[in-house]
Design a protein around this ligand. Sequence first.
Ligand code: GLP
Length: 242
Amino acid sequence: MDIRIFKNEAEIGKAAGQLFCDAVKENPSCVLGLATGATPVPTYNYITKAYADGKVSFKNVSTFNLDEYCDLPKTHKNSYYTFMHEQLFNSLDIKEENVHFLDGNAEDTEEECARYDAEINNAGGIDVQLLGIGNNAHIGFNEPADEFTVGSFKVKLTDSTINANKIYFDEGAMPHYALTMGIEQIMRAKKIVLIATGEKKAEAIKNMVEGEVTPQVPASILQNHKDVVIFLDEAAASLLNK
Ligand code: GLP
């Protein structure tokens, strides 16, 4: 694993943002896998500024987001669809038809997951996948489990994840289910960039990097990926063996 430690989240945003801009400049029709949460915000700020400064264009780029809540209207203020448009897509020249999400309101979730997986395959797979990490080392919404998951599926969120994310919702309004890409599917991305900041993530990072590869620590699977880069601030890296 290529682990790089930065002073603060702004520096990570710069490094990760630049990596994505370089990938787009190198291949203007590349396919990006994107993540939500507070951690990628500085990365998205860097990318929108680079676009505004005329340094990069997203007009032929396609994106696939990792996950989406179930039973939340698509344009709800807390949907990942809304988050991504506000944080990134509305400020870029990306085409709306090239922006892809799982539909958390689909009646037949199995069919919806199969549709999404097929769409990723038809696009030629993901070139660069951005990941955050949950306090329990989940990636996307792949919670600790008995087996590594394969393709997209419907997941019941754990108490740890609900507690970490409920602050964004009105009292009691956070959904308890989501649709997410599966682990094997995430691992098929040609390159993976995981970013983590803050002390809250230090234990998950230690287990991911130094622990055994186990579905109880979903992110530990990244030890088996041949092109993964991990950007951490000092707090998130603080439990790693030096
Ligand atoms: C959610 C998302 C993950 C994200 C995680 C951490 O669970 N589904 O993709 O990595 O939150 O979020 P944050 O960056 O806000 O800590």
